[in-house]
Design a protein around this ligand. Structure first.
Ligand code: UDP
Length: 486
């Protein structure tokens, strides 16, 4: 009898933020569904994001995902005990840089682990550039996961290399992204000031290091699908000369209600209650509003959103992460009584994919985090785009100018902590809500969004572009393993 064939083992190491951990869990599921063993590295405070979902997989007898817990060196980096997630660090100005320092201190534990376990591949987050060197020590191919669209990765790289923002005379004057097939206009104020100002800014240095490690890595794994952004899948590979595999939309690997509700945190609403509410509404009649896991909100802005929703007379589900604010600071008195029956506020965490995929949802007001954007696309829902920070302004352009499935509320400034001077007024919000739900242009956007949904599902089905790219990646990793043996 011949020896058992070697089972590939992929280790995934996500950045400690829900927008990175959630798609990583989905990617791990994609691997186990192809009989590849997957282990996710996390830290004690973040483990709960994975444990329940992993236990469910185990119960249904799938090849399951293992969890490896590293100690998070919060104290060593000068962070409060338990500050193991960037969302916690962002609540206090100044802690984010220390948070990044703490992640660098994980390198030693990673190397000990890789030495001991010797997996066949390490998928490490872009925020861990040092992981390329660590895995090279043990001849393990390292893949980078940004959690971005192809378009955003390309745009970010073009802005970094060509600095088109240097050619304008003010922060509000538009410049055009160079070299790409679409005419995309941005302003300097829509980019992080730390990347357009002082060349020695630590964040700028960090991005340089990330890009260098990306070039030295084995390749990049992208949560997107070819048919969504073919120009940029090509541009990234051909013009920017990166080796990349797209395997998304990864959220589509969750085919059950149970798995869709086990995304990220415990939902703050009973899923059945949520579904019953949606079942009572006409198709495409509800606006869903959610700004992801990290983007901050301020009371005056929440107040404007409330009034816009009330004046629009639309049905809505509104997710409010009010971070300890009392209702009376932001909610107009009597709002919930007046909107009873047509509006639902979820305070905390929503089962987002479950909601988006319901036929009652007609539009999504989103901060353009890539997971949310792609989840909206996968559900065939047109969007009102409201970017705040990170690479969200690029995702907005993809949605409004390239895919033409959204309208913008017109945010002018990139900011980790927007304040009253960045306020979007109730009138502007209400106009955007009408533009995305009423009239011929809205119908055209809805039709285009529906077509993209169909393409998304085809991409992940057997033989589809993402399915095939994952097969190609697994085959390459197999060959790599075989070559190592000879
Ligand atoms: N999410 C969710 N419920 C919420 C808020 C967010 O399930 O109430 C999920 C959402 O479906 C997405 C992720 O959290 O998968 C957020 O990632 P995204 O990239 O959109 O934004 P980020 O939180 O990283 O800014």
């Amino acid at each position: 009898m011949g020896a058992e064939p070697h089972q590939l083992h992929v280790v995934l190491f996500p950045f400690q933020a829900h927008g990175h951990m959630i798609p990583t869990l989905d990617i791990a599921r994609l691997f186990t569904a192809r009989n590849v063993k997957a282990t996710i590295i996390t830290t004690p405070v973040n483990a709960s994001t994975f444990t329940k979902a992993i236990d469910t997989g185990r119960n249904v007898g799938n090849s399951y995902i293992e969890l490896e817990i590293f100690k998070f060196p919060a104290k060593e980096a000068g962070l409060p005990e338990g500050c193991e997630n960037v969302e916690i660090a962002m609540r206090q100005p100044g802690l984010v840089y220390q948070f990044f320092l703490a992640t660098e201190l994980l390198q030693e534990q990673l190397e000990q682990y890789l030495d001991r376990v010797r997996p066949d591949c390490l998928v490490a987050d872009m925020f861990f550039p040092w992981a390329t060197q660590s895995s090279a020590k043990f001849n393990i191919p390292r893949l980078v996961f940004h959690g971005f669209s192809y378009f955003s990765i390309c745009a970010q790289e073009l802005v970094r290399v060509y600095e088109p923002f240097e050619n304008v005379s003010s922060d509000d004057e538009t410049f055009i992204l160079p070299l790409i097939p679409h005419e995309i206009k941005l302003t300097r104020s829509q980019l992080p000031a730390e990347l357009t100002g002082d060349k020695d800014h630590p964040m700028r240095k960090r991005i340089e290091t990330i890009k260098k490690s990306e070039l030295e890595s084995y390749g990049v794994i992208v949560n997107s699908f070819y048919e969504l952004e073919p120009d940029y899948a090509e541009f990234y590979r051909t013009e920017l000369r990166r080796k990349a595999w797209h395997v998304g939309p990864v959220s589509l690997c969750n085919r059950s209600v149970e798995k869709n509700t086990q995304r990220g945190k415990e939902a703050s609403i009973d899923e059945q209650e949520c579904l019953n509410w949606l079942n009572s509404k006409w198709p495409a009649s509800v606006v869903y509003i959610c700004f992801g896991s990290t983007a901050p909100s301020f009371a005056a802005q929440l107040h404007e959103i409330a009034i816009a929703l009330e004046n629009s007379e639309k049905n809505f589900i509104w997710v409010v992460r009010n971070n300890g604010k009392n209702d009376d600071e932001w909610l107009p008195p009597g709002f919930e009584q007046r909107t009873e029956g047509r509006g639902l506020i979820i305070r905390g965490w929503a089962p987002q994919v479950l909601i988006l995929e319901h036929e009652a949802i007609g539009a999504f007001v989103t901060h353009c985090g890539w997971n949310s954007t792609l989840e909206g696309i996968s559900a065939g829902v047109p969007m009102v785009t409201w970017p705040i920070f990170a690479e969200q302004f690029y995702n907005e352009k993809l949605v409004t100018d390239i895919l033409k499935i959204g309208v913008s509320v017109g945010v002018k400034k990139w900011s980790r902590m927007p304040s009253v001077e960045d306020l979007i007024s109730r009138e502007v919000i209400e106009t955007a809500l009408r533009e995305i739900t009423e009239g011929d242009a809205a119908e055209e956007m809805r039709q285009r969004a529906k077509q993209l949904k169909e393409k998304a599902w085809k991409a992940v089905a057997e033989g589809g572009s993402s399915y095939s790219d994952l097969s190609a990646l697994i085959n390459e990793l197999r060959s790599y393993h075989t070559q190592k043996q000879v």
